[in-house]
Design a protein around this ligand. Structure first.
Ligand SMILES: [Zn+2]
Length: 391
């Protein structure tokens, strides 16, 4: 094999690994080897001959674990770190982030993605659920050259960037042509990513209030036909709630509209969900909708706690994401995992809620399942032994 990490404390997230203990599949004196970027050995150090490896790495004092999965990220905004904070939720997008990001160039967006990638790799993250306009540019210029795995979500929206003059209850104007142009960009991305094992494209209708029903139906039909993911912000909070009520009628919510349009199902990855009711979340979990919770972002922008613990209890699939840097500040997946646990404990008044093993599962396997790539990612090690990090 090309290389072997020996003598390391190994967390495989796979209890079936030989010599492993507990649900996390921990091996006290473990080894991991790889050949051509693929895992060739995982297990106890005494089960492999170091002389079989071209190169050995002494893992003593290191914890080696699967690459973390950051399932929801807007990398283009990272160059605006800290620039949109401490404002009411319904003003954040249109009157805080929007006016600032209007001054950012596409090149700034690429620099933002580079910063995101650096933070990801420095925090042991090997997979990003990137969500951006023209995401193919970020894949080509940043993520592919760095060898990061990316679920590349093309943002699809029909609303203008500048909505600062609209009141919260005035429905955004929709531009159908912009939606079709964005959908064509997404289709190009699907075609170009076909041969790349590290790039998985996804459709990203921004939110129910930002796309027409026609566009959403056509996206969903494409996703269902080709077994692709629709990655969408769902029930984020007051701003979205008021827009949906203004467009679809009093009493309507994102979940009620999606349900009536028969757009719920396991093709859907829903970011956030704290604006949904418990009954709606039960409906979503039963329908197989996957969830990504972004604790730092939701705390900073909405003053809320994502329903991570509840959604897991309902049998739903949950991953973690850092979302965006202008509000909460960054993309360190270990910090996000810690924040997820802390907020869940405080929210529930229960220090046993979302324990260390739970949060590690959320940050690895949970993220991989949420992004629909758990057949390749989330247990043992992904791609190569990058995650060696002293604790
Ligand atoms: Zn987001």
């Amino acid at each position: 094999m090309d290389a072997l990490v020996t003598g390391t404390l190994l967390i495989t997230m796979d209890p079936t690994v030989r010599g492993a203990t507990g649900d996390l599949g921990i091996v006290g004196d473990g080894a991991v080897g790889w050949t051509d970027g693929e895992i060739a050995y995982v297990g106890p150090a005494d089960g492999v001959n170091a002389r079989d490896a071209d190169r050995t790495v002494d893992g003593d004092g290191c914890l080696t674990l699967p690459g973390l999965v950051n399932a929801h990220v807007h990398g283009r905004h990272t160059v605006l770190r800290g620039a949109a904070q401490d404002v009411p939720e319904h003003e954040w997008l249109s009157r805080s982030l929007g006016p600032v990001s209007a001054h950012a160039t596409p090149e700034d967006g690429v620099v933002g993605a580079e910063l995101t990638a650096i933070e990801a790799l420095a925090s042991g993250t090997t997979t990003l659920g990137e969500y951006a306009r023209d995401v193919g540019e970020l894949v080509d210029q940043v993520y592919r050259p760095l060898g990061l795995r990316v679920v590349a979500t093309e943002r699809l929206t029909e609303v203008p960037d500048d909505r600062s003059e609209l009141s919260p209850d005035e429905p955004y104007p929709l531009d159908r042509e912009a939606g079709e142009t964005a959908l064509a960009r997404a289709d190009d991305l699907f075609a170009s990513a076909e041969e790349d094992p590290l790039v998985e494209p996804a459709y990203g209708p921004q939110a129910l209030d930002m796309v027409s029903p026609e566009l959403l139906e056509s996206i969903t039909a494409r996703a269902r036909a080709a077994d692709r993911t629709v990655h969408m912000h769902v029930a984020r909070g007051d701003r979205e709630h008021r827009q949906v009520a203004a467009r679809y009628g009093d009493g309507e919510t994102t979940v009620s509209v999606l349900d009536r349009m028969e757009l719920l199902g396991d093709h859907l990855l829903a970011a956030h969900l704290h604006g949904a009711t418990p009954d709606e979340r039960a409906l979503l979990a039963d329908a197989g909708v996957r969830m990504v919770g972004c604790p730092s972002s939701v705390a900073a922008i909405d003053g809320a706690v994502p329903p991570i613990a509840e959604y897991r209890e309902r049998g739903g699939t949950v991953g973690l994401g850092t979302d965006q840097a202008p509000g909460p500040g960054g993309h360190d997946a270990f910090r996000e995992a810690r924040t997820a646990a802390m907020l869940a404990k405080a929210d529930r008044g229960d220090p046993t809620a979302v324990d260390a093993a739970d949060v590690l599962a959320l940050a690895t396997l949970g993220g991989a399942r949420a992004l629909g790539i758990a057949d390749r990612v989330g247990t043992r090690l992904t791609r190569e032994a990058r995650g060696c990090r002293g604790l």
